[in-house]
Design a protein around this ligand. Structure first.
Ligand SMILES: C[S@@+](CC[C@H](N)C(=O)[O-])C[C@H]1O[C@@H](n2cnc3c(N)ncnc32)[C@H](O)[C@@H]1O
Length: 242
């Protein structure tokens, strides 16, 4: 199903507080470095048009929300939603989530040329940008399934990313995964069980009744439900490994 065209953002809207590029970010990413406080930090990977980050950051002002969206236009669209509402506890990164979470050689620093940047070589000794056990939740809603074998490494729920999400989550922290692609759902649930058993048994998440046209978790959830397509939803809670 093709995606609907995006409306152009209002050019008078100042997005600077809500839309960041990788080079704008501090090296270590935490509530303190991003928002200047110690509220629990939740990250959404692949925010699309930003409905989730907008509604959730309003519903739960005592948490901070950092959305990562690789498609620049969508990241700007999501940031504009936050800017219009002057939301203090949420912001968007226009960029790829993978190097942000990576704790190995692709864990690049803030600007090219610095040790660890893709062009700068990495001695593999840099601390991860997101500290171990520091996140409250990671949200992945309707990730692209990338069926072709040669494209699989682009999956947001790749082996490497699942390990990094688990590493970054605190014990008791949550990983949410929703999709409308049953095969992909089943494969991913199996993959998580195999490579990150600390997530334990996935807990089903219930479908809420919507009370108005934008009362959905994400835009893709809205689209699937309007077309009568079933949505598969799970939430994992990371357990102590010991
Ligand atoms: C199918 S859309 C779903 C958007 C939104 N989560 C929703 O449910 O409406 C998947 C989104 O993930 C983004 N994406 C894919 N790979 C990404 C990555 N490595 N880092 C950040 N965003 C990514 C895509 O650009 C796209 O906007």
């Amino acid at each position: 199903m093709p995606r609907a065209a995006l409306r152009k953002p209002n050019p008078d809207l100042d997005l600077s507080k809500w839309l960041k590029k990788p080079e704008d970010l501090p090296r270590e990413l935490s509530s303190q470095t991003l928002f200047g406080n110690d509220q629990p930090l939740e990250i959404e990977v692949g925010s699309g048009k930003g409905l989730f980050i907008q509604t959730e950051s309003q519903r739960c002002p005592e948490h901070n929300y950092f959305g990562i969206e690789i498609a620049g236009k969508y990241a700007a669209h999501a940031a504009a939603r936050l800017a219009r509402r002057n939301r203090a506890n949420a912001m968007m990164l226009s960029g790829d989530a993978e190097p942000i979470f990576a704790s190995g050689p692709r864990n690049y620093a803030q600007s090219p040329g610095t040790p660890g940047a893709p062009d700068g070589g990495n001695d593999g000794r840099q601390a991860p940008r997101i500290a171990n056990g520091s996140l409250e939740a990671v949200h992945v809603y309707f990730p692209d399934p990338w069926w072709k074998k040669r494209h699989r490494k682009r999956r947001v729920l790749s082996d490497a990313n699942i390990r990094e999400f688990s590493r970054a989550l605190r014990t008791g922290g949550r990983l949410h995964f929703w999709t409308d692609v049953l095969d992909y759902f089943e494969l991913t649930v199996e993959l998580i069980a195999e490579i990150a058993p600390e997530f334990g048994v996935p807990l089903p998440e219930v479908q809420r009744e919507s009370t108005h046209d934008l009362d959905y978790h994400t835009h893709f959830e809205r689209r699937s439900r309007k077309f009568g397509i079933p949505v598969y939803r799970v939430c994992y809670r990371k357990r102590d490994r010991s």
